[in-house]
Design a protein around this ligand. Structure first.
Ligand SMILES: [Zn+2]
Ligand SMILES: [Zn+2]
Length: 110
């Protein structure tokens, strides 16, 4: 007889969680049902988008959802672009724009 690590119920055939190694009753055998600490680590190790993972009870493992990943919006792409620019590059661009405007002004273009 073993006891469920989550609710303490006696289980003659406890389920072992492959993520945290704990023993659980039938009701709490799924990682979601025993606030599994191993699950968080597992999902983080598989990528930063845990909502794309579904639990397969029969294989007792997580699988990436089939189908296309939704397109990234333009706003998201822009945000990605600007966050990838480092400050030094941004500074160079600003200085270049200022210099250009000074040169154009001195030439009487503007
Ligand atoms: Zn239980
Ligand atoms: Zn677990």
């Amino acid at each position: 007889m073993a006891k469920c690590s989550y609710c303490g119920a006696s289980e003659s055939m406890p389920f072992t969680c492959k993520f945290c190694g704990g023993k659980f009753c039938a009701e709490h055998r799924l990682p979601e049902n025993h606030a599994c600490p191993g699950l968080v680590v597992y999902k983080e190790s598989r990528g930063k988008e845990p909502e794309k993972w579904i639990y397969e009870p029969f294989k007792a493992e997580y699988k990436e959802l089939a189908g296309r990943v939704p397109e990234k919006s333009i706003a998201f792409r822009l945000r990605e672009f600007f966050s990838s620019l480092d400050m030094r590059k941004a500074l160079y661009i600003i200085v270049a724009i200022i210099l250009l405007s000074v040169v154009l002004r001195s030439l009487g273009v503007i």
